[in-house]
Structures are given as C-alpha cells and as structure tokens.
Design a protein around this ligand. Sequence first.
Ligand SMILES: [Zn+2]
Length: 240
Amino acid sequence: MMAPRLEVIQELKIGYEIPYLTDRGDLIDSITVQINEQRQGVDISYALLEPTEQNLDNLFPSKGIDSLVQMTKRILRDLGMNPPRIILQLWEYSRTARLYSVEGRAPVNKQRDTVLIILTKNPFIYKFGYELVLWHQAMHAKDRWEHRFPSTHPLVEAGEWLDVLWHFSIDGRLQNWGKPHYSRAERLEEATRVLEGLCQIKEPHVRARELCDELWGKEVTLAQLLEIGRELGVEPASGL
Ligand SMILES: [Zn+2]
C-alpha cells in the first residue's frame, strides 16, 4: 500500500495586504490552505472535483508532481527568489466552476515569506505544458515579492486593463532573459482587445501599441500602471 496522498497534513493561514471584498461587502484578508503532501521541501495542496486517491493519481501522478516541484524551485531560484515556504496548489479543471483565471495565480503573503502558486490543469496546460505558465506566474510573484506590487488576496481582480499592461513588462523581461514567454504580438493583440472594450479610449490600436513600446521589458510598479490607467480614464477594481 502506498501512503495516502490526500490527507490534510497541515492547515496554513496566509495573510494579504489587499483584502478581497465579497459580494456581501465583507473584507477577507487571509486564506486557509490545506496541505496534502510535502515534496522536496515544497508544500502541495490539491483541489479535486472528485477527491479520491485514484482520481489524484490519474490527474497528478507522483512523478509528474516531483518534476513540477523541481521546475518551480528552479524557476523561482533563477528569478532570484528564495522564499522560506513555497506552496503549489493544483486544481482539477471544471468547465462550470472556475475560481481563478486560466493562467493561474501566484499571490505572495504580507510578510513576504510564502509564495503560493495556483495552477489549474486545464486544456491550456495540456496543450502548452506547465513551464510557460510557471515562468509567467513566477514573474507576477517576483514583482510582488520585491514590493513593486502589493501582496494581494488571490481572489482580488485588479481589472483586465491592468493585467495586460503588466504583461507587456513581464513577457518583455522574460524575452530579454531568454526564458519562455508569450510573444509581443500575442500580448499586443490581448491589450488591443481589452482597450477596445473600454469605450472611453480613443484609437485603442494606437494606444495599445504605444503602451507596448513603452512598457515592453521594463520593470514596472503598480503605482506606474495606475497612473497610466488614470491617463486612459480607467479605474482599478477592489480598492487597489
Ligand atoms: Zn498574468
């Protein structure tokens, strides 16, 4: 008999600077993560639709998780992060119930000692693999880790416009370092689509291209992106 992998071996409460505002108006500034396994010093948490050992072994086999853990540690180290605690939270994909965006999330806690990487095994992951997504999420985490962005509850949605601007910075830096990244053309297309949806922006194509030129590969802060947002006439959500 193999040891069970789905038992809760630890519960961790993790606090954030920017709380999540619920529909009822409650502010939630922490999450509780149930840890199921520890591998090579990394805490693993599983969120399955059908929480059985067999489903877990099919979706997230031990060997696959070991290599994912190694990849995660290498990427964080390459990006100059050495967090005392790394948590990988892996979600089974559901077509109907989706808590996080397809790209995942990588919140950093208030004290800057814990990086939580949330990934969903969705069709996108099957197609492109974990590496690209991990590099991307690790960059979001790096910007928070180094205080250019606040520590934010993982359910806080800052607004799509803010993400697409941030992506110019992230993918440009990854490109400069020769790491896996989304192309400039892909990110420009994404930004153009989002800016087109904001009716107050004149000539969204032109504006998207200008912002891409300005931000591609540059280190940015949340304050800088909010300033750009003010010029564009858009506001961030959730009290950022
Ligand atoms: Zn992103």
